[in-house]
Design a binder for this molecule. Structure first.
Ligand code: GDP
Length: 197
């Protein structure tokens, strides 16, 4: 897919206030600092479309970006930020689950995982929740430039083995790097294909 236009539309803290347009929507979510903003900027070929931040957990908003005037890229807040109170965490969870349960336009989500790390409970639990609620998602491994090919292979294998403990098959996954643009074509192609189904 060629990205011709990418425009910020709005930020929201409530699903009810998200754009009314019935355009197909793809959501990006993951732990704070996983590289989500960098990935969104890399995919859309924009330096600053999504704000990369040195202060993880700061923005707790649903951000809509209109791509090529025919689909929405949705930047969801990063989860798992340790310095957030329990009440804030609960409120946050509700806000995310609300989005996934209510947003009819959602075609699929991309759950971002830092390729350097071992499978984390919070990500596995989130994917489990997505599965139980029948919300289609793929995994995007980020920061692949930080590892050698062998290590990438080893970590992806470890991750898929962990998933196979609870999943019958592993979800589709993509290996990406925002610095080298590895995986860009594959992710965009996946969106293109599912967008036309
Ligand atoms: P977010 O909190 O998930 O939006 O993460 P950011 O996009 O702000 O990235 C967090 C940190 O990881 C920043 O210091 C980025 O420069 C760095 N980062 C993000 N993606 C990559 C990547 O693909 N490769 C490398 N080497 N660093 C990355």
């Amino acid at each position: 897919m060629l990205i011709k236009t990418a425009e910020f539309v709005m930020s929201n803290s409530e699903v009810a206030k998200c754009p009314k347009d019935v355009l197909p929507e793809y959501a990006f979510i993951g732990r704070s600092n996983v590289g989500k903003s960098s990935l969104i900027n890399m995919l859309t070929n924009h330096k600053n479309l999504a704000k990369t931040s040195g202060r993880p957990g700061k923005t707790q908003l649903i951000n809509h970006f209109l791509i090529n005037k025919n689909w929405f890229l949705v930047d969801l807040p990063g989860y798992g930020y340790a310095k957030v109170s329990k009440t804030a965490k609960k409120k946050f969870q509700k806000f995310i689950t609300d989005y996934f349960e209510k947003r009819q336009q959602l075609v699929a989500a991309f759950v971002l995982v830092d390729i350097r790390h071992e499978p984390q409970k919070i990500d596995l639990e989130f994917m489990e929740w997505m599965g139980v609620n029948a919300i289609p998602f793929s995994i995007i491994f980020t920061k692949a430039d930080k590892l050698k090919p062998k290590a990438i292979e080893r970590n992806v294998e470890a991750y898929t083995q962990e998933l196979l403990k609870t999943w019958e098959e592993t979800p589709t996954y993509f290996i990406t790097s925002s610095t080298s643009s590895v995986g860009r074509d594959e992710v965009l192609q996946n969106i293109d294909i599912t967008n036309q189904e």
